[in-house]
Design a binder for this molecule. Structure first.
Ligand code: HEM
Length: 468
């Protein structure tokens, strides 16, 4: 940040600029870059990468193409979906052992078939049915916080991860099963993530496949554990089916494909694992980042509190109230712009193709990088500043839907978009109604990208009740 910008921020005449990794102007040698990527994938971008339109570079044996303008993104992810629908080898290698042929990692016919079956089960139109489970679980988190005293230390990242894991478990498996099994499921997934090399540069740069990548045996045993829990849950679901409660597993068991056939047991397990995996860490990171940003901007925090106090007047919000909280939504949208939980969307070209008149060879890695595009100075005013008003002010400069892609875009857009947004808005509304979170003194927060973008390993904050 320049000295003028820092001064403007201190004097309150400009908005808070949250941390981002150093951006080089002269590209370092490739091996230095690879070393930087291993530590933090976000540090590999230089100043020009944020401004570029379509950049491509051969790294070792793989051509890497970055699409960084709405029209180019539209062409790559919408128009050229057929050729560019395959997830990157990095993503597939990391997740296939667990998700099998699940929606998140599959492509072509299997993906299309599963998308048709799974997307309607978590579609926006189903969210009102899931919202009471969300509200109930958030209220429990609030009660947990109420038990702690003013100034109590919390790890906001861990608390938000716990909250969103509970919510997703209870929606996938139904209230009772979800509550009973949540801890086991979370433990299994955490264990799995520990064993995969999330920055799988071997696949990324097309190095030989035989190079050691994973701790195979540990992975296998954690997958076995997760599958056993999922089987147990599916078996006991039948027993509680009569209760008629909305649950994803019920939807999967009852779903029929075009030929009237049900999903196999294996497919049900894979899709349940996909929804858990895709749906909990992303929302948790969003909320953790929102708490951090709010703690650093008195202006935005005060405005958020004003909206919550005026509109809700102490009442517990439900699904219908979400649309009456535009500023709360804008805080979440701005958080997703600055710290997109999935900072890189990477695809492997399945055939030779062309993007923006540039020939792209089969096997190239084509990326849309929300981290870059959301901070592209050609698309946004003051792109590094935390300014939720850019989403509420009709005159604020912002790109079309292909330039703001925290949920991706095109046929593979996040199937849980409305679910995740509603969950994040309700969580922030219900918790910020009663609590302010302050960053623990001396904490240095830096964005770190592995499979998702997090504020480091933890986020130490202190809890402060707003109305005593
Ligand atoms: C703030 C929260 C969320 C964010 C930012 C987010 C973001 C994303 C992104 C970027 C993708 C595409 C990844 C890629 O192209 O590589 C994706 C896919 C997906 N998400 Fe989300 N997501 C969120 C919440 C959820 C929730 C709550 C669910 C489930 C209830 C969910 C289910 C899925 C599924 C099933 C896919 C795979 C879609 C496909 O490949 O066809 N997501 N999400």
């Amino acid at each position: 940040m320049t000295a003028e910008a820092l001064e403007a921020q201190r004097s309150g005449s400009s908005d808070y600029v949250p941390p981002y990794p150093f951006r080089y102007t002269d590209m370092p040698p490739i091996w230095t870059l690879i070393g930087m990527a291993r530590k933090n994938f976000l540090s590999i971008w230089g100043v020009d990468d944020f401004k570029g339109r379509l950049r491509s570079q051969k790294v070792l044996s793989r051509e890497i193409v970055v699409c960084n303008r709405p029209d180019v993104v539209r062409e790559a992810f919408q128009t050229k979906h057929e050729a560019l629908q395959r997830k990157s080898p990095q993503m597939r290698h990391a997740l296939e052992p667990l998700l099998g042929d699940g929606l998140f990692v599959s492509d072509t016919q299997i993906w299309a078939k599963r998308r048709k079956v799974v997307a309607p089960i978590i579609h926006g139109s189903r969210v009102p049915g899931f919202a009471p489970i969300m509200v109930e679980t958030i209220a429990e988190q609030r009660a947990e916080w109420q038990k702690k005293g003013d100034g109590a230390p919390v790890d906001a990242l861990a608390d938000m991860a716990h909250l969103t894991a509970e919510i997703i478990c209870r929606t996938i498996f139904g209230r009772n099963l979800g509550e009973n099994y949540a801890a086991e499921v979370v433990e299994g997934f955490t264990d799995y993530q520990r064993h995969i090399d999330q920055v799988d540069l071997i696949s990324m740069f097309g190095l030989p496949e035989w190079l050691p990548r994973f701790r195979g045996r540990a992975i296998k045993s954690s997958v076995k554990r997760i599958m056993a829990v999922l089987d147990e849950i599916i078996d006991s679901y039948a027993a509680q089916k009569e209760k008629g409660e909305a649950s994803v597993i019920g939807g999967l068991l009852e779903a029929r494909d075009e030929d009237g056939k049900p999903l196999s047991r294996e497919a049900i397990r894979s899709e349940a694992a996909v929804i858990f995996m895709a749906g909990h860490e992303t929302t948790a990171n969003t909320l953790a980042w929102a708490w951090f940003l709010l703690s650093q901007s008195d202006r935005v925090r005060t405005k958020l509190h004003d909206e919550l106090d005026t509109v809700l007047a102490g009442k517990m919000p439900g699904f219908k109230d979400v649309q009456t909280l535009p500023y709360t939504r804008a805080v979440i949208e701005e958080t997703l712009r600055l710290y997109p939980p999935v900072p890189i969307l990477a695809r492997e070209a399945m055939a030779d193709t062309v993007i923006s008149q540039k020939p792209i060879r089969k096997g190239s890695l084509v990326m849309v990088v929300p981290w870059l595009m959301h901070r592209n100075p050609e698309l946004w005013d003051d792109p590094d500043a935390f300014t939720p008003e850019r989403f509420t002010d009709p005159d604020a400069r912002k790109p079309n839907k292909y330039g703001y892609v925290p949920f991706s875009i095109g046929p593979r857009i996040c199937a849980g978009l409305q679910f995740g947004l509603t969950e994040a808005i309700l969580s922030l509304a219900i918790l910020a109604q009663q609590f302010e979170l302050r960053l623990a003194p001396g904490t240095d927060v830096q964005p770190v990208a592995r499979l998702t973008l997090r504020p480091g390993e933890d986020l130490p904050m202190t809890l402060h009740p707003r109305h005593s």
